[in-house]
Ligand binder design. Structure first.
Ligand SMILES: CC(C)(COP(=O)(O)OP(=O)(O)OC[C@H]1O[C@@H](n2cnc3c(N)ncnc32)[C@H](O)[C@@H]1OP(=O)(O)O)[C@@H](O)C(=O)NCCC(=O)NCCS
Length: 312
């Protein structure tokens, strides 16, 4: 029931009690006052019924990856009003006004992991590993990019993926490009940024080596590089999801190997080595993934381990 609800800009004092009740109930009231609350540029919004704030949020001017940005803070809906569309209505309204006034700004927030689904429904993306905020529990960084900015970036991302697949096809052939397609689809589902493709490129080194040596076994390290990369891309949403995504690439690899008539014994060894490497990647990756070059190094290490595993 949202008909008699008014979404409006309000003074911070109007929303501090609601913030406190929903976000900082165990702490003193002052814990519900945030840095930047009193900055002239900061915008506070509330969805009110009869003047009573039921949902609130604040947008604080900030920077994000070197670009002008708004940080969303203090998103909260009163307990009895949650799930009725108030948060969505308020966030859409605040974002629309901020975009109208400053079209170049991106939006980001530190989101409670329990609220990620809410933001995702509104088009926000997880862009970090989980981390802990001592007063508020596990969080992830999330970003929302207005469509007009996102379109050229998406085009650049797709161009990079197509170039990767073309190289895999030219250097390796159909099995390599088939696995590449699987990894690219997973990448699209995980993260749509050119930056996130940095970690996938070194896999082409194995395709180059295969092209030069005609050694078909190099398909295994190529596959494990892709599996480790994809696992890392999904890991921000949970280790299990990371393992499942990497596992899907391994399953694709094994299916291709079966089509290539690999013997059951060879398949069993490759599956065992792949599972061990993937488990190790999932175990070490959360520490590494925030820096793309470290994440790439993890994938390279996984591929080298697979290459060494070929000796088994
Ligand atoms: C997260 C929160 C702000 C969402 O506000 P809300 O008013 O309940 O959200 P809405 O009713 O507008 O929900 C919009 C959609 O998101 C979904 N949704 C809401 N909260 C969700 C959650 N925590 N996880 C997954 N989905 C969620 C709703 O089911 C709804 O889905 P639908 O479009 O399929 O109907 C609110 O639940 C809340 O205050 N939670 C506790 C404090 C909190 O976690 N704040 C976020 C801090 S980062």
């Amino acid at each position: 029931m949202t008909s008699e609800i008014a979404c409006q800009r309000v003074a911070v004092e109007v929303i501090v009690p609601l913030r406190h009740r929903i976000l900082r109930a165990e702490l003193p009231l002052d814990a519900a006052r945030f840095e930047g609350d009193d900055d002239a540029a900061t915008r506070h919004y509330a969805a009110c019924r009869g003047g009573v704030p039921l949902s609130c949020l604040s947008l604080v001017h900030s920077r994000w990856e070197g670009r002008p940005a708004w940080q969303l803070r203090g998103m909260a809906t009163d307990t009895g009003e949650q799930g009725r569309g108030l948060g969505r209505m308020l966030l859409r309204r605040a974002v629309a006004e901020a975009r109208r006034d400053e079209p170049d700004c991106v939006f980001w927030c530190n989101a409670r992991t329990s609220a990620v689904g809410f933001y995702e429904k509104l088009g926000w993306r997880v862009v970090s590993e989980p981390f802990d905020i001592p007063t508020a529990g596990p969080h992830v960084k999330m970003q929302f990019e207005p469509t007009s900015d996102a379109r050229p970036r998406a085009a650049a991302f797709m161009a990079c993926e197509v170039a990767f697949l073309a190289a895999a096809h030219a250097l390796g052939g159909p099995p390599w490009v088939a696995l590449g397609v699987l990894a690219c689809v997973a990448q699209i589902a995980a993260d749509f940024r050119v930056r996130s493709l940095v970690g996938i490129v070194p896999a082409l080194g194995w395709a180059v080596a295969h092209h030069v040596s005609s050694d078909r076994k190099l398909f295994f390290p190529f596959a494990m590089h892709l599996a480790a990369h994809v696992a890392g891309q999904f890991q921000a949403r949970g280790r299990l999801l990371g393992a499942a995504a990497g596992g899907a690439i391994v399953a694709g690899f094994l299916a291709i190997r079966a089509m290539q008539r690999a013997t059951p014994r060879v398949l069993a060894v490759e599956a065992a080595v792949a599972a061990a490497i993937l488990a190790a990647v999932v175990a070490v990756r959360p520490v590494a993934a925030r820096r793309p070059w470290v994440a790439a190094a993890v994938s390279v290490a996984a591929a080298v381990a697979a290459y060494l595993g070929l000796a088994l």
